[in-house]
Write a protein that binds this ligand. Structure first.
Ligand SMILES: [Fe+2]
Length: 472
């Protein structure tokens, strides 16, 4: 008999959309004076129109939230991305396009999904872009969050270019890297892109894949791109032919095993590929090098998680266990020389690190977890977790009270005077009161709860990815 481990979670997905811009007043604590910059967050925030309701968490239209920290109060702005899909459906007053988990008829150019631009938001080359699961980025105004338009990145990409929501940025060279999967059944391809600091596409390479796998994220180190390919396969012909949602056209084939592909990041050339057990990876944590050794930290799950993002509002009903894992690869001997799974199995996701340590040796990381993992019944993220690979410990855990859920990738906001200290920010949704807030936590003692709470004027659903843009 399934229980309910997420009381009132339906309230998160039925909130009327509210765009606004206003000053925030902390309900507890004081905002640290060292915080000057903007925190951006993107996520699906519109789940129903005219009585139509989306089934899947990835379906909702993207709304970007910005919290501007500096002199005076924190300023909060929420605004939907005016994607082609949003504008057309807004005018029609109903959903038109097939979504990730809901099978409406219309397809983008008859070929694929029209992006709801709801996964992430990142600055690049002096501009700010919102990204969807696969599709071109949309440029938005960094202050007002008004949509400026879809970006072809200087004409180098087009409307059907596969382009993921998880670009990676080298803070030293200013380059942007990204990937995308082309799902043609005859020849599925991994595309890898490298843009210079001016936004010019310097290389695009294609690698044939053994299977048409769904991939969401990748890793970047000083010399390599790292691609964890799981046997979660998309039947593109079935999607086109059968009027199915993307979710219905996917299948899990763990017996086919997973692959870890390592490419040279400057040329895109294949260095080596490792065969792994058939596990699933949605998000990586960090990658770094030492001589011939490449360390890859990531979150591995026993099964894919997208099937657990439905049917709204009953999420994560049978979510599989997952855990942080460190793999050390010897690229000369082409061997996995070390594999260390940390003792936290509560389906973790949305991991983050200290930004200054990106692509460098890291130990500490932060992530969300689901305390009721392993028990049948709907549930949601309700733990903010701080772990350490070097001590192999994951015991600093903030447990949200019953009916309170956490959303959005927690992000580390560094203190410029000591960038390895600062605050971790996380979205908090209180379903008991249908209210939302942001909490600022002590990164090295998250268990104590938020030191600062910044309530929102309007509630918004738990979102996906976020970033911190310090003021120059
Ligand atoms: Fe993601």
């Amino acid at each position: 008999m399934a229980s309910d481990y997420a009381p009132f979670l339906e309230r998160a997905f039925s909130i009327p959309p509210a765009e606004d811009s206003y000053a925030m007043t902390p309900s507890s604590g004081e905002v640290p004076r060292y915080l000057t910059g903007t925190y951006y967050l993107n996520g699906p925030c519109l789940f129903s129109r005219s009585g139509q309701t989306y089934r899947h968490w990835l379906d909702g239209d993207g709304m970007v939230t910005a919290l501007r920290f500096g002199d005076g109060p924190v300023h909060c702005t929420h605004r939907f991305v005016r994607s082609s899909k949003f504008v057309e459906e807004e005018a029609a007053g109903r959903f038109l396009y097939r979504a990730f988990g809901t099978p409406f008829e219309k397809l983008k150019r008859g070929l694929g999904l029209e992006s709801p631009v709801n996964v992430s938001v990142y600055p690049f080359g002096g501009k700010l872009y919102a990204f969807g699961e696969q599709g071109l980025p949309w440029e938005i105004d960094p202050v007002t969050l008004e949509t400026r338009g879809e970006s072809s990145m200087g004409g180098r990409l087009n409307a059907v270019t596969p382009f993921s929501a998880h670009p990676k940025f080298d803070p030293h060279t200013g380059e942007m890297f990204n990937f995308g999967i082309a799902y043609a059944a005859a020849e599925p391809l991994l595309n890898v892109y490298r843009f210079d600091a001016q936004g010019v596409l310097r290389s695009r390479v294609r690698h044939k894949l053994e299977y048409p796998c769904s991939v969401h994220d990748f890793g970047l180190s000083p010399s390599y791109t790292v691609h964890y390919l799981s046997p979660h396969l998309l039947d593109m012909a079935g999607l086109m032919r059968g009027g199915k949602s993307l979710m219905e056209a996917m299948r899990w084939e763990p017996e086919s095993g997973s692959r870890l592909m390592i490419l040279r990041r400057d040329t895109g050339e294949l260095v080596t590929a490792f065969h792994l057990d058939g596990k699933y990876c949605l998000h990586l944590i960090n990658c770094f090098e030492s001589g011939p050794l490449l360390t890859v930290d990531l979150l591995e799950l026993d099964e894919p998680v997208y099937g657990q993002y439905q049917v709204i509002p009953d999420l994560f009903t049978d979510v599989a266990e997952g855990y942080p894992v460190r793999m050390v690869l010897d690229l000369e001997r082409r061997k996995v020389v070390e594999r260390c799974e940390l003792p936290y199995r509560l389906s973790p996701d949305f991991a983050t690190i200290i930004p200054d340590l990106f692509m460098r040796r890291t130990s500490d990381f932060w992530m969300l977890g689901i305390s009721a993992t392993g028990r049948p019944g709907r549930k949601f993220f309700d733990q903010l977790v701080h772990g350490s690979f070097e001590s192999a410990r994951v015991d600093d855990i903030f447990q949200a009270p019953p009916g309170v859920y956490l959303g959005g990738e927690p992000v580390f906001l560094p203190d410029p005077a000591d960038p390895h200290h600062g605050s971790v920010i996380c979205q908090i949704f209180d379903a008991n009161r249908t209210s939302s807030a942001f909490g600022l936590f002590d990164p090295f003692h998250v268990a104590a709860g938020p030191r600062v709470v910044l309530p929102q004027r309007h509630a918004s659903p738990p979102c996906f990815h976020s970033c911190w843009v310090p003021m120059n």
